[in-house]
Design a protein around this ligand. Structure first.
Ligand SMILES: Cc1ncc(COP(=O)(O)O)c(C=O)c1O
Length: 461
């Protein structure tokens, strides 16, 4: 067998095939289709693969590169911090300047009352910490029956055993005998799939929220510890709830003394046109997991923001909390997170996503795709959104056999030179917040060309 020449696409693909089990990948299908794409560099909103082809990254990596690629300032901060203090743990009453300064900054920019941060390296870890902390909180207060945590269908909160249990992806559950005991799910506020004919968004939002109240009453409020939801469900297909939904969820949580967790891993750091999705949707959470945009993906870091109600009990009555990860509050990641937040502020990216490029992207999508036979609904807030593809008549929206149309459009966009993701047959986008109007024109033109191409190939209603 010929060994591919080192530092060539063939060489990297051979190593990948032989030694890497990549996440969320069907290994057999990948081997059948050919090989993984090898990405070698990136600048701004543009990725370059090992063959020199450029791709407009309509997903900001995995919804995370909010400031875009190639900011030398973030690399310089990491380089300096690595020389000053590359690592020290934050266990056993120890801290360092980057972790202290970042914690103060996060308390300043998050909604009122979230004043303490507990760190990790991924969104999944932040959610695992949340589960342990919620149980600890109710145990300290002597409400030891409050153990059940309620999530939602199509919710995504990560891939560890607890985070997968919080999420509402049946395929993920089935694969690993999940959810764990004590994790239950209620309806998603997803009108495209679950709305009734003639139902207004407001009425639908209240009906979706009622599924939480019904579940709490069925279980007994004394057994329900917390409810978790993403302000806008990202990986579930950018499900944007009607305006009535979150206020009603909040009322229900307050009424039955259930902690409210807003998972901001995707919605945080400007994505929805405010610092946090909770600001955009009027949520006042008790706990807020965050990751991704916290460092714009330049280094791994997550935080669980803890509201005063919970933090004060942990501090004043808790004793030692036996929980932590070696890299909690890693100094280099914290220094980069601080510099990343400063960059978001200096570049005005939150305002831009809310008032300029966000609305422009939504407007361009409507202009290009409204009325297209393959397009059912276009929705978005700030620089996150979705295009629902119309399935042939009679095909249920999400079930066995769906996802092929979305996959075809995703592949066609890739051929056009842009990246969007397909959640079943929902095309989702979340580009870097630095995307310009001219780049938005390119992204939308490539999406339109891809949708036209797939339609011509025979995916018709
Ligand atoms: C809302 C939400 N929560 C948690 C996670 C898990 O984050 P990580 O992949 O960093 O573990 C994700 C990842 O996409 C997410 O979208």
């Amino acid at each position: 067998m010929n060994t591919p020449v080192r530092n060539t696409t063939a060489h990297w693909k051979a190593l990948e095939r032989q030694h890497h089990l990549a996440p969320f990948t069907d290994y057999k299908a990948l081997a059948g289709e050919g090989d993984a794409r090898i990405i070698t560099k990136a600048e701004g909103v543009w990725l370059t693969d090992s063959e020199g082809k450029t791709l407009l990254d309509g997903m900001a990596g995995l919804w995370c590169v909010n400031v875009g690629y190639g900011h030398k300032r973030l690399a310089d901060v990491a380089w300096r911090q690595m020389q000053e203090l590359p690592y020290y743990n934050t266990f056993f009453k120890t801290a360092h300047p980057p972790v202290a300064e970042l914690s103060q900054k996060l308390a300043q920019i998050t909604p009122k009352g979230l004043n303490h941060a507990f760190y990790g390296t991924s969104g999944s870890e932040a959610n695992d910490t949340m589960v342990r902390l919620v149980k600890r909180y109710w145990n300290i207060l002597g409400k030891v029956e409050k153990k059940i945590i309620i999530g939602r269908q199509y919710g995504y909160h990560g891939s560890t055993m607890a985070a997968t249990s919080l999420g509402g992806f049946l395929g993920m559950h089935k694969m690993s005998d999940l959810p764990l005991p004590g994790f239950l799910h209620v309806d998603a506020p997803y009108q495209w799939q679950f709305g009734r004919p003639g139902e207004t968004p407001e009425a639908f939002g209240l009906r979706a929220a009622k599924s939480l109240e019904d579940k709490i009453l069925e279980l007994g409020p004394e057994r329900v510890a917390a409810f978790i939801g993403e302000p806008i469900q990202g990986a579930g297909g950018v499900i944007i709830p009607p305006s009535t939904y979150w206020p009603e969820i909040q009322r229900i949580c307050r009424k039955y003394d259930v902690l409210l967790v807003a998972d901001e891993v995707i919605c945080g750091f400007g994505r929805t046109g405010n610092w946090f999705g909770s600001d955009t949707l009027g949520i006042e959470p008790d706990l807020m997991p965050m990751a991704k945009g916290l460092t714009s993906g330049y280094l791994p870091l997550s935080a669980l923001m803890v509201g005063d109600r919970v933090a004060n009990v942990m501090i004043e009555q808790g004793g030692e909390f036996f929980h932590g990860y070696t890299y909690d509050g890693h100094p280099v990641s914290c220094a980069v997170a601080l510099a990343n937040i400063q960059l978001i502020e200096e570049l005005g990216l939150v305002e831009q996503a809310g008032k300029d490029t966000g609305p422009y992207l939504q407007q361009c999508l409507h202009q290009a795709l409204d009325g297209h036979p393959l397009v059912g609904e276009i929705r978005g807030v700030g620089l996150i959104g979705a295009v629902e593809l119309n399935l042939p008549k009679g095909v249920e929206k999400r079930g066995e056999g769906t996802g092929k149309l979305g996959g075809a459009v995703r592949n066609a966009i890739m051929e056009q030179g842009a990246i969007m993701r397909a959640c079943w047959d929902t095309m989702v986008f979340s580009p870097p917040l630095i995307i310009t109007r001219a780049e938005i024109d390119v992204l939308v033109a490539r999406l339109k060309a891809a949708v036209d191409q797939v339609q011509k190939q025979g995916f018709m209603n």
